[in-house]
Design a protein around this ligand. Sequence first.
Ligand code: FAD
Length: 333
Amino acid sequence: MSFVWTIAEQHDGKLKDVSFELLSRGRKLADKLQTKLASVLIGHGVSEAAMEELIRRGADEVYTIQDPRLENFVCESYVRVLTKLIKTWKPSIVLAAATSSGRTLMPYLAIKVNAGLTADCTELDIEEGTGNLLQTRPAIGGNIMATIKTPDHRPQMATVRPKSSRPLAEDTGRLGKIITVPVTDDMIDGRVQVLGYRKDATEFVNVEEADIIVAGGKGLKKGDNFAMIKTLADSFGGVVGASREAVDRGWIAYPHQIGLSGKTVSPKLYIGIGISGSIQHLAGIKTSEVIVSINSDPEASLHKVADFGIVGDAFQIVPELQRRMDKRKGGSI
Ligand SMILES: Cc1cc2nc3c(=O)[nH]c(=O)nc-3n(C[C@H](O)[C@H](O)[C@H](O)COP(=O)(O)OP(=O)(O)OC[C@H]3O[C@@H](n4cnc5c(N)ncnc54)[C@H](O)[C@@H]3O)c2cc1C
């Protein structure tokens, strides 16, 4: 039997958006294979309403595994649960998000079920004739897109970049089945327990979830100039992003980096300042709704993909933009 599975993510009993993004990928594959799409939800305290949302957004079935010992992501226990499920139901395809938990979980799981894994896919499709999963991801520094298939092993496993697809709209008429899987002691690895979480830099910036991003690049000339980017981002109620050049120069921390080796973002508004628009940077912003580019070079690649391009010196344009934002806040314009 051929099933497509996606692994949902939750935090504090609430589903993360990436669970729905995976379903839109999975739906397309399941339809091509004319098979069912299931979402696997491990956690604790997730409401039935949340599970129904998984169905309204594309799942035919939801396998739910709820237990207080599974409330937090513990790789060893989650892998035990998934290994048991995979061996019982034998899905053909298993997709997870390329988040920190997905990236930790999937290689471990792949070893346990003797499968391969393609990490960080940007495209997924089904090969005509064979039904194999075509897993496409950037390779060789993003210069080529490589398509990988796994003809000899099942399940075919891949992680997908968050924000690289949009969730399907909710279809209130969709019907599906919620299957409760009982938790047995052998699914829990008692050697690992979460005692608490330490806050680190990544918690203070979440570019992946932000609706507005103001990003700076090498054109800012020095790290201190990120202060004006931060002030502008604050006025928009947004967060600061950066190109790799800015991060590599130590002007700003890595969690802000957007692009192939940084985060993939999908804001309503992205403003790139002093960023040329390399293919690696563009790979991270292509699902943004509105792109604004501020760059002194009229030929900059970011201008070419931008909805609005402002050609000029960032050190004149940003203060002017800031002045207008401040005025607007003060009610003058
Ligand atoms: C494997 C690999 C992975 C990579 N991953 C990433 C990634 O995740 N993210 C990423 O960003 N890059 C990534 N890169 C690097 C990428 O190739 C580029 O080097 C990088 O994106 C360039 O950053 P930049 O646009 O800030 O700098 P530049 O390309 O140097 O552009 C600076 C821009 O600033 C403009 N400028 C200069 N002065 C001013 C001014 N006063 N006012 C306005 N504009 C001005 C210039 O016209 C220029 O367009 C990766 C590269 C490789 C090989």
